[in-house]
Design a protein around this ligand. Structure first.
Ligand SMILES: *Cc1c(COP(=O)(O)O)cnc(C)c1O
Length: 415
């Protein structure tokens, strides 16, 4: 199909050309004497994306799923009690992993479309007078439903009842796109991955440990080998890895960190994501459709899961969008299959790219029989983007020239 594929799944996300180019390198020796020149600054700088000064980040040649296991297996022992909540496919899968590696997992399930039930967690922790719960694990941004949870609020609740459990956060689809504060929120382990906000291909689990979580490795008895952070600690100190890292990904990460930390900057990136997401939400409203997220406080700035009316199949929308308009939309996962489609709006996007996706989504929805007004969503989003656009930094050519000097004009008139 001519033109590029419009990739609007919530990961893998679009890769900026400069990152793509940075990864296009001849093969390198991962034990070359000056390898640390590449890796040591990376391991330092990546901490800044997590907003931590005391934490320590590990880069595993794996995906976010491995990051979940890195977090748990390096800090806990089989039979340890952990508290979690499920409200979408990703929070479900992390629960499943915790169960399968032998933890004693207690879950407070809430309907899909809601997020971490902070008050219920608080009451449960308050009842745990013997401190049997060793860890609380939550998904910051549930990618399946487009729901963001209040991690700061959860931390406040944990502190309010004085519970010492460690706090583990899945930030795979939030970190580097939505504000995340490892130190301020006293997060003990934060998990991310390369193919979402970091705008890289999949293949790197990026996992940050607090000092307390690092110490916990000494007593953690969960089986681990490939995922043992101790081997990384030993090798990273000289800038190496315990096994062969994906070197193109490391070069890509270097470029990504320049964008995230220097060129655009995290705070600008968060604002851009908020604004682009708000445009999508206005479009959904104008289409007369509903988000899976049940209330504005849950709205995600990285992904919107959109319900189609009951008599339609969201899979038709996705298939038409792909085959006819070269637009990749996210599928409804698990219980949302056929009931919702997702627009991922994280990573390397701007107004025009999001509007293109909204336009193609409108066409696909109309082709699938949904009665959305042509242009309704696009119109709502573009007006929102226009109203909220930052002031232009250049002067337009059509701008009125400065009035001519009196004297000169006077002379012309007299002649
Ligand atoms: C993408 C994602 C993951 C990890 O998925 P991988 O395919 O293993 O990288 C985990 N949690 C959330 C919230 C995600 O969006």
């Amino acid at each position: 199909m001519p033109g590029r594929n419009f990739l609007f799944v919530p990961g893998p996300t679009n890769i900026p050309v400069s990152i793509q180019n940075a990864m296009n390198i001849p093969q390198e020796d991962h034990r070359r004497p000056d390898f640390a020149k590449l890796t040591k600054p990376l391991l330092q700088d990546v901490n800044r994306v997590f907003k931590t000064e005391t934490g320590r980040t590990f880069l595993f040649p794996a995906t976010g799923t491995a990051g979940w296991e890195v977090a748990l297996s390096n800090t806990l022992s089989p039979g340890d009690k952990v508290l979690t909540s499920r409200f979408g496919q990703f929070s479900h899968l992390w629960w499943d992993l915790a169960v399968r590696i032998g933890l004693d997992v207690e879950t407070i399930d809430v309907p899909w479309g809601e997020g971490v039930p902070v008050e219920r967690f608080k009451r449960r922790l308050e009842r745990d007078t013997k401190n049997e719960i060793k860890a609380v694990m939550v998904c910051h941004n549930e990618t399946a439903t487009g729901v963001t949870s209040d991690i700061a609020g959860l931390r406040r609740a944990m502190n309010a009842v004085g519970h010492p459990a460690m706090l583990y956060v899945d930030g795979v689809s939030s970190i580097a796109s939505i504000d995340f504060r490892m130190d301020d929120w006293e997060v003990d382990v934060a998990v991310s991955g390369s193919q979402k906000g970091f705008m890289l291909p999949a293949g790197m689990a990026i996992v940050c440990f607090s000092r307390r979580a690092l110490r916990a490795r000494n007593s953690a008895k969960c089986a681990r080998c490939f995922l043992d952070i101790q081997d990384h600690i030993n090798a990273n100190k000289d800038g190496f890895f315990p096994y062969t890292p994906s070197i193109p990904l490391l070069h890509g990460l270097k470029r990504s960190l320049q964008i995230l930390l220097e060129e655009e900057g995290l705070e600008n990136i968060f604002k851009r994501h908020r604004r682009l997401a708000e445009g999508v939400r206005r479009a959904v409203d104008a289409w007369g459709l509903k988000l899976v997220a049940k209330a504005p406080k849950w709205h995600s700035d990285t992904v919107s899961a959109i319900r189609v009316p009951p008599r339609f199949d969201a899979r038709d929308v996705i298939e038409i969008a792909y085959h006819r308009y070269n637009l990749s939309l996210g599928a409804g996962l698990s219980v949302l299959a056929g009931k919702a489609f997702r627009i991922g709006h994280l990573g390397d996007h701007n107004e025009a790219s999001v509007l293109a996706a909204l336009a193609a989504a409108e066409m696909a929805m109309r082709d699938a029989g949904l009665r959305v007004q042509p242009g309704a969503g696009v119109g709502a989003a573009l007006e929102y983007y226009r109203r909220t656009a930052p002031p232009l930094k250049v002067k337009l050519s059509s701008a009125k020239p400065a009035p001519k000097k009196k004297g000169k004009k006077g002379r012309i008139v007299r002649r």
